[in-house]
Design a protein around this ligand. Structure first.
Ligand SMILES: NC(=O)c1ccc[n+]([C@@H]2O[C@H](COP(=O)([O-])OP(=O)(O)OC[C@H]3O[C@@H](n4cnc5c(N)ncnc54)[C@H](OP(=O)(O)O)[C@@H]3O)[C@@H](O)[C@H]2O)c1
Length: 242
């Protein structure tokens, strides 16, 4: 689908991958609606990209925010949050927040914005998931589950729709405030974080070329495929290197 002139909603546009995606979309000629909670950061990205800012919390008012956004041709469902640590130490509030922001809100937004796309016979929905949703990550079980839910939701939707495209982008480690915000910095030496602009380019390319699934970086499809084809081997390797 061509992005020039298309109305594009990007959630989580006030930071990281969402802000980079807004910039990439503006370059491609899209007309932007940008969502986030932090008014100052969101309005600064909106001023830079010529977008309209819609400020609010997706955990509590997804329906209100969707109606403020108005009809769109493309939804980039990117807003999300993490939590890392042993499950037994995870507060119930964090479980609720992650499942609401990472899974329920994207489903609700899609439910509300998709009918307009179907009616117009044109549109695209992109979900920013994670490699964690494809393979499961130690001490990120809830986060992994929300992203796995998103990936399978997208798969089901793709079977259902004819004229509206559905894409999933699965980043590995990306250099954004995500880790500071979850309260646990990224501590591994490998894999090295990629810049958010790389994920933004993958989002744009997924829409322009109708790609169902894009891993960023691309080699991350290998662990995902190994887990699918040889789950026992994958578990051995994950226990050793994961
Ligand atoms: N960074 C990584 O390594 C990585 C890897 C794989 C996948 N991802 C996924 O990529 C997406 C973007 O993350 P990021 O790395 O760009 O992190 P980020 O810099 O922390 O940005 C997260 C964005 O989500 C928004 N958001 C969070 N909770 C929200 C809520 N309740 N209501 C509305 N907006 C909310 C934030 O808005 P405010 O700032 O205005 O609060 C912010 O714009 C997430 O879905 C994340 O799971 C990230």
């Amino acid at each position: 689908m061509r992005l020039s002139g298309a109305r594009v909603l990007v959630t989580g546009a006030s930071s990281g991958i969402g802000a980079a995606t807004a910039r990439e979309m503006a370059e491609a000629g899209a007309r932007l609606v940008l969502m986030g909670r932090d008014r100052r950061r969101l309005e600064s990205v909106a001023a830079e990209t010529g977008g309209r800012a819609v400020v609010g919390d997706l955990a509590t008012d997804a329906a209100g925010l969707a109606s403020q956004a108005g009809p769109v041709d493309v939804l980039v469902s990117n807003a999300g949050a993490g939590w890392a640590g042993p499950l037994a130490r995870m507060p119930g509030e964090a479980v609720e927040r992650l499942t609401t922001v990472n899974l329920t809100a994207p489903i609700l937004l899609t439910r509300l914005l998709l009918p307009g796309m179907v009616e117009r016979g044109r549109g695209h929905v992109v979900f920013v998931a994670s490699i964690a949703g494809a393979v499961g990550v130690r001490e990120e079980a809830v986060y992994s589950a929300t992203k796995a839910g998103l990936i399978v939701f997208a798969e089901g939707l793709r079977h259902e729709l004819r004229d509206v495209g559905v894409s999933v982008v699965l980043p590995g480690v990306v250099d954004t405030p995500f880790f500071d915000r979850r309260g646990m910095p990224y501590a591994r030496r490998w894999p090295r974080p990629v810049p958010p602009e790389r994920v933004a380019r993958a989002v744009v390319s997924a829409i322009e070329h109708g790609r169902a699934e894009t891993y960023v970086p691309g080699w991350l499809r290998v662990p995902s495929r190994v887990r699918g084809a040889a789950p026992g081997l994958f578990r051995l390797l994950a226990a050793r290197f994961g």
